[in-house]
Design a protein around this ligand. Structure first.
Ligand SMILES: [Mg+2]
Length: 278
């Protein structure tokens, strides 16, 4: 880790931002977020946004950011939906899929021409996801396809255990549903998309042409955001406005520690401005 004062923004030409807990919490912009994004853009830094949350489409995120005062093009938003669809269409082309997920996942698969079915005798792939409409019927279909008919494979859109809410609450995320399926079937989940996995990095790198060592990833979660940066050679800034507090950071293994820690996201800017004016 390095001090925020020694971090030189001139070394950065692309910034990737996590959303929940980093740019906003719930429907409220976090302090300094709009100022930081605006200032980086003024400096010519390319800004893109990245979420593991598969319950919202990139368009929904772009609209939300724009409404919050950070004007954003849909092409600059990447989610676990992008990497999930890419994996299905390249690794299992033609596969019939049973998505345990919400409408944006179903729409993303349908738009890519992926056949969807809830018939366990036809399902080749079960996709476990963050699904607030999860019920026993879906669990039974997955169980039959994976265990009884022994024909389907299992993957998950994202590895997150919960999605953080304002006030410290949260919502059970994809990991809970994946655990229910693997507990019952004994079938392992063979791939997980979203941060920190390579699939999402490759999609962003291809779209932006980013150079990893000149890219800074901002995020609030060590196991996804910071790990994503560390695994793929990017620099990383942990914000303390979401999941991680200083005690969690102190207890974290070396391979998920960030380059810099920001109590507030625009602290990075303040340090840089102070140095420039000094
Ligand atoms: Mg987050």
């Amino acid at each position: 880790m390095q001090s925020v004062d020694s971090f030189d923004l001139n070394d950065i030409d692309t910034a990737i931002f996590d959303l929940d807990g980093t740019i906003y919490l719930g429907d409220a912009l976090l302090p300094g977020a709009a100022r930081l994004v605006g200032s980086l853009r003024e400096r010519g830094v390319r800004t893109v946004f990245c979420s593991n949350n598969p319950t919202k489409s990139p368009t929904t995120y772009a609209d939300k950011l724009t409404a919050l005062g950070i004007g954003t093009d849909v092409d600059d938003v990447f989610t676990s939906l992008n990497s999930t669809v890419r994996w299905v269409t390249t690794t299992m082309p033609g596969a019939t899929v049973f998505p345990i997920g919400e409408q944006p996942l179903i729409e993303a698969l349908t738009a890519a021409g992926v056949p969807i079915s809830d018939d366990p005798t036809r399902i080749d792939l079960v996709i476990s996801s963050y699904d607030r409409t999860f019920d026993y019927r879906k669990l039974q279909i997955a169980f039959d396809a994976l265990w009884f008919h022994r024909r389907a494979r299992l993957v998950a859109t994202n590895p997150d255990r919960f999605c953080p809410f304002p006030g410290g609450r949260g919502e059970p995320d994809a990991a809970c549903i994946t655990a229910a399926i693997t507990a019952g079937t004994g079938v392992p989940c063979e791939a997980v998309f979203g941060k920190p996995e390579r699939g999402l990095f490759d999609i962003i790198a291809q779209a932006t042409g980013l150079v990893p060592e000149r890219t800074l990833m901002f995020g609030d979660r060590l196991s996804t955001d910071i790990s994503f940066a560390r695994r793929h050679g990017m620099r990383s800034a942990l914000v303390l406005t979401g999941e991680t507090d200083t005690a969690m950071l102190a207890a974290a293994p070396e391979d998920i520690r960030p380059d810099v820690v920001l109590p507030r996201i625009d602290d990075l800017l303040a340090a840089h401005d102070d140095r420039r004016s000094a």
